[in-house]
Design a protein around this ligand. Structure first.
Ligand code: 13P
Length: 249
């Protein structure tokens, strides 16, 4: 049985008070679930979030990190800094990092190496843009994103990886991939991993879907055989919506 995960990527939202209020509400209302529940507040609120969730099953992830250990990298955060405050999971490769901050596969591969060298768990995001899907290029794009950033890793390192397929055209647009589109791509991802590694490894990897997941569509998406949960943006900022999505798994 693969690990199921529902993760909330809060992006650049919620100040300190709002973060603590949402975390308190979330901890109080969280239903019994077999899924791991993760939240990723902004960097400045991570330490507080870790403290706040000390006796909760809800885990904390960072939205990004740099690959260098330390030094003259103004505005950046290192793996050691995250580990030092108790954050052991990091989201890498989000499409907003790729498109707005020019993070390409080679750059992301370095971040992956650093995170793994530090024994962190990675939620690795990837997905095609609308034009690429329209041109029927989506499988090739996803396969090259995976190959370029991850296929140099050895099998043991994959134990620290969670994949998150997030078609760019579905992020924050209200337009979700249909459950069939999500399943089709997740099955393709597993096939690609099976070819590069082994069917056993492909079968073990948790693959999340992200892109306009809401309480109204989560159940159908999560019921697809190769979808192991979700990476949730907008709907993770509202406690009741996020809880409903956790309940849908
Ligand atoms: P939305 O759920 O707001 O579409 O965002 C998805 C996302 O980017 C999660 O990382």
């Amino acid at each position: 049985m693969r690990t199921q995960i529902v993760a909330g990527n809060w992006k650049m939202n919620k100040n300190l008070e709002e973060t603590e209020a949402l975390l308190s509400e979330l901890s109080a209302k969280l239903p019994d679930t077999n899924a791991e529940v993760i939240v990723a507040p902004t960097f400045v609120n991570l330490a507080s979030a870790v403290r706040h969730l000390q006796s909760s099953v809800v885990q904390v992830a960072a939205q990004n990190m740099h690959f260098e250990e330390s030094g003259a990298f103004t505005g950046e955060i290192s793996a050691d800094m995250l580990l030092n405050i108790g954050v052991t999971t990091v989201i890498l490769g989000h499409s907003e990092r790729r498109s707005l901050f020019n993070e390409d596969d080679a750059f992301l591969a370095k971040k992956v190496q650093t995170a793994l060298a530090k024994d962190m768990r990675i939620i690795f995001c990837f997905g095609e843009e609308l034009e690429e899907r329209k041109n029927n290029n989506h499988f090739a794009v996803v396969s090259s994103q995976l190959k370029n950033a991850l296929f140099n890793l050895d099998t043991a390192q994959w134990q620290h990886l969670v994949l998150a397929y997030e078609p760019v055209w579905a992020i924050g647009t209200g337009e979700t991939a249909t459950p069939e589109q999500a399943q089709e791509m997740h099955a393709f991802i597993r096939k690609t991993i099976a070819e590069a590694y082994t069917p056993e490894l492909a079968d073990e990897v948790t693959i999340l879907y992200g892109g306009s997941v809401k309480p109204t569509n989560a159940g159908e998406i999560f019921s697809q055989p190769d979808v192991d949960g979700g990476l949730i943006g907008g709907a993770s900022l509202k406690c009741d919506d996020f809880i409903a999505i956790v309940q849908a798994i």
